[in-house]
Design a protein around this ligand. Sequence first.
Ligand SMILES: [Zn+2]
Length: 145
Amino acid sequence: MTNNTQLLNCPFCGTDDVDPTGVLNGDETRSPECMGCGATAPTVATWNCRITAPAEDVRAVVEEPVAWMQFDGEGNNDFTDDHETAERWARNNGPKYADWLTPLYRQPQRPVVLPERKPKTELGIYRLEDEGYNACLDDIDRLSK
Ligand SMILES: [Zn+2]
């Protein structure tokens, strides 16, 4: 384990107080530990591995509510996806209890980022398990379009 690799801030609590040798592993190697929240990783590379979120939600659909949540005044919520029911609830609530009705929106969809396909072996064929792995990736790719 090398100690001169720059550690990124903790991905959980954000602190830069990360001990690169905070954890003693079973094989006598040491690996990073966050001094803020105690998060650990088996290697520096794993600690520094981050998935970057897409810059924008290319398929976000948030214009219209898809459902409504109605507080009943006694600690419970009712839900409907019927626009007329939501309008009736709003009328019944009146302006005094207008905030009891909450419009709910579709979760913005993020594009799927797939891992790399498994390569062919030196014989120019796919190993059986890699063929299945690649077929799964192809299906995910097809279904996410
Ligand atoms: Zn932390």
